[in-house]
Design a protein around this ligand. Structure first.
Ligand SMILES: C[S@@+](CC[C@H](N)C(=O)[O-])C[C@H]1O[C@@H](n2cnc3c(N)ncnc32)[C@H](O)[C@@H]1O
Length: 308
């Protein structure tokens, strides 16, 4: 994953103490690292990166309450929450499950963009777009319709891997992504007629009724806790017979959880119920993994649904 986010405190000495603290942390001397971070914070009380790092160290030291306090300070110091302190608070059980801070997603993928494809495809065996492609072809074959789409929208398009997989079957591709750096890469593929830096739900809301006959989300709904709004909006944007196809990570239980990797996992029944509530008919729901972690396939679902 990407290098960790660093937001300067604006105080040179505090920043230097932070650097030393990180060295100590990497060497495994967590107590000394925490001490040095506190010294940095003394100089710059609104030093979000120091608070956030301290939260992680305190967690590793088993100091739950102190970790929570540090993550709360990190979020207070950077109200956009670019470090994703909210997610750490959810994971630690201090806060209930909620959405990801958009600024966190943007910062994460802006940093990740230059090495995204090598990291994901080569290191994690990413296969989301290929799985979606096969599932969409099968869903179309089942209703004896050609797998050709005039207008497709790629939600969380990233660098454009889904458009690459579907290039020959789509006339006009629109890509939507929160990260400007990922969008730059997508633009370089030349595969998108339109690209928008936007939150995916907001981007979909700006589209006309029946404005796209295919909506894709490859490895992007893992960053959305609640899929209901985006699926309802997808239904509005599709014409009758139009498809929405997406991958999610999943888990054996009900509902939605946040995994250790800070990605949401959606239960299969949760997905089925939401599709039904959104007025979308399930065409395919397959238990297939889109990527590996530690060389093990991460449990996932590949889903295709149609507007009736
Ligand atoms: C793991 S990447 C997958 C990219 C691409 N779909 C692919 O298959 O290679 C997830 C992408 O979703 C984007 N993303 C996450 N949450 C988003 C949101 N709420 N709105 C728009 N884009 C989002 C990220 O910026 C990132 O580029």
């Amino acid at each position: 994953m990407p290098v960790r986010l660093f937001l300067s405190s604006g105080d040179l000495v505090a920043d230097r103490r932070f650097d030393f603290a990180r060295d100590l942390q990497l060497k495994g001397d967590l107590v000394a690292a925490a001490d040095l971070l506190l010294q940095a914070i003394e100089l710059a009380p609104g030093f979000a990166s120091a608070w956030f790092t301290l939260g992680g160290i305190r967690e590793r030291l088993g100091e739950r309450d102190a970790a929570i306090a540090a993550f709360l300070k990190a979020r207070a110091a950077d109200s956009d929450d670019r470090h994703g302190a909210s997610l750490r608070l959810m994971l630690i059980g201090a806060e209930t499950l909620s959405g990801m801070p958009p600024a966190y997603v943007r910062a994460l993928f802006d940093q990740y963009a230059p090495k995204f494809e090598t990291a994901l495809v080569d290191d994690l065996g990413y296969r989301g777009p290929a799985l979606l492609f096969k599932a969409v072809l099968a869903a179309r074959a089942a209703v004896r319709k050609p797998a050709f789409f005039k207008r497709a929208i790629d939600l969380g398009c990233g660098t454009g891997l889904a458009a690459t997989a579907f290039a020959r079957e789509v006339d006009h591709f629109t890509g939507i992504d929160l990260s400007p750096r990922m969008i730059e890469r997508a633009r370089a593929t030349g595969l998108y007629a339109e690209l928008e830096v936007a939150e995916m739900l907001e981007g979909l809301r700006s589209k006309p009724d029946a404005g796209a006959d295919l909506i894709l989300a490859a490895d992007a709904f893992v960053y959305l806790a609640d899929l209901a709004p985006v699926l309802c909006e997808a239904r509005r944007v599709l014409p009758a017979g139009g498809l929405v196809a997406f991958t999610v990570e999943t888990h054996g239980g009900d509902g939605v959880i946040l995994g250790e990797g800070l990605r949401y996992a959606h239960g299969a029944n949760y997905v089925r119920d939401l599709l039904k509530a959104a007025g979308l008919a399930l065409s395919r729901l397959e238990e297939l993994s889109a990527r590996n972690e530690d060389n093990t396939p991460v449990p996932g679902l590949v889903v295709v649904a149609a507007k009736g």
